[in-house]
Design a protein around this ligand. Structure first.
Ligand code: TPP
Ligand code: SF4
Ligand code: MG
Length: 351
């Protein structure tokens, strides 16, 4: 892979967050993706979200599979932990890392090919287990890296660059995530930073499996007439159900609160999601209704975006397994080998 380091020089008066880091401290190396690729905008949104949340870079672990989308962790968060797995295998490697060290903040980056084809099972099981992570699919409807074949998220009836019609039904990963029990589900568009950045911040603050499907046009192979993942198509068919402000734990709530128009959702960590309703009847706490709304709108060719579902009281995989509070590598010998008394008690409890 081409590697171009970014110059470290920046304006001395660049604003800093609560940790004293500026936005550039969250960047990575220079992107080698095509100019105009939606994936680069998603990287910029992740960088912005981590900067605004003032996350310590060394506490973030970014993992991905294979594809243009899976190359993006290299273009952000250079001071964070990174693991580029085999194609479609990010979710299981992330699950293992998370079980071994629950103190890190896990970001899973993937593509529609990586998650809806070869990694479909991996995607499903990481979501249904409630792994505490932010899982983002950069969805362009094609295998960009291998030159533009239809992916499993391509809509039936959409056309390739050469005019071939896709006859297979498309998989909607948002509908799948809802069905699989994800406790935070959102969809956005790489061209809508105002919607995407707060959605990523909210997903990172969420405890449990947070999934974001981000439509991300491939300018090289899927940005033409007949595609349902092009910039023009998404702009024309984007139906946002809400907009959001994320207020950090313990920060004073200064924004106006209009009951009926704004809904405040307090998450586990104390962060407050202020949801400004754009679609009156939409209720992001009703999983079944979210699925019905999604199906009804997608039948009309609309792309529903925003925070689609959230359970702010969700448990995660560690709660389900009753694991220790500390990362495994910090356990002492005494904790790992507690002695014959504890063993005797355990054996007695099993008799
Ligand atoms: C085991 C394996 N099978 C197939 C490939 C070839 N391959 C590389 S990337 C890719 C698809 C990538 O598509 P997607 O995840 O949508 O990413 P994009 O490039 O569109 O961002 C495929 C099939 C591979 N690298 N490894
Ligand atoms: S081929 Fe498509 S997905 Fe890959 S970098 Fe180029 S525009 Fe992006
Ligand atoms: Mg793709």
């Amino acid at each position: 892979m081409t590697y171009i380091a970014k110059p470290r020089l920046h304006h001395p008066k660049l604003p800093a967050n609560d940790l004293g880091f500026n936005r550039r401290d969250y960047e990575g190396s220079v992107s080698t993706l095509c100019a105009g690729c939606g994936h680069d905008s998603i990287s910029a949104a992740i960088i912005q979200a981590c900067y605004e949340l003032a996350l310590p870079p060394h506490r973030i672990a970014k993992l991905s599979g294979i594809g243009c989308s899976s190359k993006t962790p290299d273009y952000m968060l250079s001071a964070s932990h990174g693991f580029n797995t085999v194609h479609g295998r990010m979710p299981s490697v992330l699950t293992g890392a998370n079980l071994a060290n629950r103190d890190l903040i896990y970001l899973g980056g993937s593509g529609d090919g990586d998650s809806a084809s070869i990694g479909f099972g991996q995607f499903a099981h990481s979501i249904r287990r409630g792994v505490n992570m932010t899982y983002i699919v950069e969805n362009n409807g094609v295998y960009g890296l291998t030159k533009g074949q239809f992916s499993a998220t391509s809509d039936r009836g959409s056309k390739s660059k050469k005019g071939v019609v896709n006859t297979d039904a498309g998989i909607d990963l948002v509908a799948m995530a809802l069905q699989l029990g994800a406790t935070f589900v959102g969809r956005s568009f790489s061209g809508d930073k105002a919607q995407l950045v707060p959605l990523i911040k909210a997903a990172i603050s969420h405890k449990g499996a947070a999934f974001i499907d981000c439509v991300s046009p491939c300018v090289q192979f899927n940005n033409h007439l007949g595609s349902t993942k092009s910039y023009d198509y998404v702009r024309e068919h984007n139906e946002a159900v809400n907009r959001m402000d994320v207020i950090a734990p313990r920060a004073p709530i200064t924004a106006d609160y209009e009951p009926g128009v704004t809904l405040a959702v307090t998450q586990h960590d104390g962060s407050v999601l202020q949801l400004h309703k754009l679609h009156g009847a939409y209720d992001p706490s009703d999983r079944g209704a979210a699925l019905s709304f999604l199906n009804e709108r997608s039948a009309k060719g609309e792309i529903v975006t925003g925070l689609l579902y959230v359970d702010p009281e969700a448990d995660d995989l560690h709660d389900a397994l009753g694991t220790v509070d500390k990362p495994l590598n910090s356990l002492t010998d005494a904790e790992l080998v507690p002695g014959p008394g504890v063993l005797e008690k355990l054996n007695a409890s099993l008799r």
